[in-house]
Ligand binder design. Structure first.
Ligand code: SF4
Length: 111
């Protein structure tokens, strides 16, 4: 019993030290990508297995996928929340940023 109480106090002290040093904030950022700034998100690699499965390409004009409609690109997809150029977050590829000029089969026109 006394050992258990000691362990709880020790664990609490370790947690408070972690919070004080910013370690907890780093941990939250690692497991909650939505809290990261869009500019901090790593670019989606087109060779990523999920990206490949969804036919993601960095440049929509290069796709040969029959589902692609002229003019469709990440920049006009409802799942994209970045700017008209560069990279931005995509709800389908959480924790990654996609190219505004990119495209995948999940494209859904922004309304
Ligand atoms: S879901 Fe939309 S924004 Fe995301 S990669 Fe596909 S086309 Fe781009």
């Amino acid at each position: 019993m006394a050992v258990s109480a000691y362990s709880e106090v020790a664990a609490r002290r370790r947690f408070l030290r972690l919070v004080a040093t910013g370690g907890a904030a780093t941990g939250v950022a690692m497991f909650a990508p939505g809290l990261l700034r869009a500019a901090d998100l790593p670019h989606l690699d087109a060779s990523d297995p999920t990206a490949k499965a969804l036919g993601y390409v960095e440049d929509a004009s290069t796709t040969t996928n029959a589902k692609h409609q002229a003019g469709d690109a990440c920049a006009n997809c409802q799942f994209y929340s970045g700017g008209p150029t560069g990279y931005g977050p995509c709800q389908i590829f959480a924790g990654k940023s996609v190219n505004a000029k990119g495209w995948c089969v999940s494209h859904s026109p922004r309304k």
